[in-house]
Write a protein that binds this ligand. Structure first.
Ligand SMILES: Cc1cc2nc3c(=O)[nH]c(=O)nc-3n(C[C@H](O)[C@H](O)[C@H](O)COP(=O)(O)OP(=O)(O)OC[C@H]3O[C@@H](n4cnc5c(N)ncnc54)[C@H](O)[C@@H]3O)c2cc1C
Length: 203
């Protein structure tokens, strides 16, 4: 959609359509619909570099991660050993903390392995990827996983909107009958379906 007003939305072909309720879940692009709301939302953008290998000759069997992941997700913040682990990473691997690098390894149905990721924060990002960050990901991967076919065949980056004010998401009604739901950050694939159900139920 290119424009929204109470009770109606306009689509790319220029036509207006009626709607009792409008939900805007447009990820980082909601700025184009409500630029001022976006500017005041407390959202920034996170750029993540990702890689994929050639198909492996065998199944990995499980998704893998290692110690750096414990310092990345809030869900682990109450682990008693975490402060000591973080201190060690600060001393031995500061560049990993600086670029928000932790490594998740998962295999798809045709045997390729997806690897990521890095985290850079800011409203505007360079379209180029930093080769040295991908090298850091590979170097850390090699400390806990050796793939039979480690060749990287694809690299790309994704961007998600992320709250900077400590909230877990952005929920706002800019005008009657219009709801913006956004900013779920790096947990959006996990949380979105439950959140969507709760929000829709409340109408
Ligand atoms: C590289 C990467 C790794 C991630 N890893 C994880 C993970 O391991 N676990 C996890 O839980 N989450 C992860 N996430 C985060 C997760 O993908 C997002 O939080 C989630 O996709 C947000 O869902 P959404 O529906 O709000 O927005 P999106 O998935 O961004 O969907 C928004 C959709 O709206 C469309 N759109 C935009 N503007 C308009 C418009 N004007 N009109 C119509 N449509 C529009 C877009 O094309 C898009 O399809 C990751 C994200 C990235 C980029």
């Amino acid at each position: 959609m290119t424009e929204v007003a109470t009770g109606r939305v306009r689509t790319g072909d220029g036509r207006w359509h009626e709607a009792d309720q409008v939900f805007i879940c447009a990820g980082q692009d909601f700025e184009t619909l409500y630029p001022l709301v976006f500017a005041e939302s407390g959202i920034t953008r996170c750029k993540l570099q990702m890689m994929r290998t050639a198909a492996q000759p065998a199944r990995l069997g499980a998704s893998l991660c290692a110690g750096l992941t414990l310092t990345h997700y809030k869900a682990f913040e109450k682990l008693p050993g975490l402060p000591a682990l973080r201190k060690r990473f600060e001393a031995e691997m500061p560049e990993y903390l600086r670029w928000g690098i932790h490594v998740l390894v998962s295999q798809n149905q045709i045997g390729e392995v997806t690897l990521g990721d890095t985290h850079e924060y800011g409203l505007h990002h360079d379209p180029f990827e930093r080769a040295e960050l991908n090298d850091l990901v590979i170097k850390y991967l090699e400390t806990f996983c050796r793939l039979p076919k480690p060749q990287i065949t694809e690299t790309w980056h994704g961007i998600y909107p992320k709250m900077t004010n400590g909230k877990n998401w952005f929920h706002h009604e800019p005008e009657p009958g219009v709801t913006i739901l956004n900013g779920l950050g790096g947990a959006g694939m996990t949380l979105s379906f439950g959140l969507a159900e709760n929000v829709v139920k409340s109408f």
